[in-house]
Design a protein around this ligand. Sequence first.
Ligand code: ATP
Ligand code: MN
Length: 453
Amino acid sequence: EVIIGGWTSEGTRLRSLLGGVHRPDEAGKSRLVYVGRVGTGFSAGKMAMLMPKLKSVESKTSPFAAGASPPKESNMHWATPDLVAEIEFAGWTGDKNVRQAAFKGLREDKPADEVQAETPAKATALAAVVPSGARRAKSRDLSSAATKRGPSGSLGTTVVMGVILSKPDKKLWPEEGFTKLDLAQYYEAVGPWMLDHIRGRPLSIVRLPDGVGGETFFQRHAMPGMSHLIDQRPVEGDKKPYIEIDRVEGLIAAAQIAAIELHPWNCVPGNPEVPGRLVFDLDPAPDVAFKEVVAGALELKKRLEALGLVTFCKTTGGKGLHVVVPLKAEKNPPDWDTAKMFCKEICRRLADDQPKQYVLNMAKKDRTGRIFLDYLRNDRTATAVAPLSARARPGALVSMPIEWSQVKAGLDPKRYDIKTAPAILAKAKPWADYDKGPRPLRAIIEKFVKAKK
Ligand code: ATP
Ligand code: MN
């Protein structure tokens, strides 16, 4: 929240709000300090609501303390500091201004003199206590990293990496008691590692606003009112832009809307038409032991590596395993149809060689006792769950990247949940050679086709 100390205009239009907060000076006396501009988030509706209110508080003099005011510019208007804006912002700049601030709405229930600077504590969630239901929050200790609770025992809002979480104690995994704040902190911890695998690609999200067991929304398109920290990617052939997440704060914003699962396309970042990696999805029938899935992944590894590809393995947080094959950029890369046919052929041969273990048909009746080799993740608009994505299933497991040396008897995907995975990731450093893995697919396919003849 910031106090509106003025605004800038462009003609009759609102350009930005000048935000301020109360900070103590050296003597400990509270004064209003300018913290930067809020430059986005003004829909036509919000603008129409805001303009008359701004006009009503317009003032001739700056409300900011001496030395803490922005220099007056010709398009600047000062305001008596009565209005409080709720904003969303990406963090603080070095000179203590808000970064990428977007207007969310006015806090009409909040007296301006109660707005304090929210000081993000590094790499930890920071609790901003707004006792739920209280119209006037009396004191707000925002400098503590400890979580404080309101009278009802529930949290009001919490800030993680500068992103406001509403209902942080909402249970997203009711059985485990894991909350929205747990999810946000999980994505804060693993986000930097994870981003390499989702950045620049359309991303479908699986949202469960009421948590596991509640209604599920599989969503590929950006929607109005979505955080500006979540990017939008126009894709040819679709009028509506897709969701894209390119920074860790975007993951926190995703957690805020209960986006538990993240499913990117497998294209090259920035280029939906070009395959950037292959994903082989091993889907065991319910009666298949997990050690059979392990055997299947090793078999695929052997066959793909014999062709000169480099493979990586991850658990899915579900029943199967994914074998991931990074591809190298090349001048004339194969298109999705070609890549898909290649994957199908690899899987078909494996199923032909070991028909008791594997099947290419996803129909349930053919799957009994066998593993369905799903090559269909390898298509332009197809997705696979992202490495380290949490799963919206009981257990709060994650899709964990692992080393091939771990893909053996005793591998237990249940070891990896949103609480355990960050430390394991930091210690084990799986997929350290992923960047050295990409191979050009075209030449490999050509060799493969020739060998077949
Ligand atoms: P498991 O190991 O339990 O199979 P999984 O992530 O592989 O986990 P699948 O059901 O096999 O789950 O789905 C494979 C991939 O297909 C998913 O990771 C997801 O990206 C995509 N997918 C699954 N369901 C849908 C859906 N309803 N709409 C679009 N894509 C989906
Ligand atoms: Mn699967």
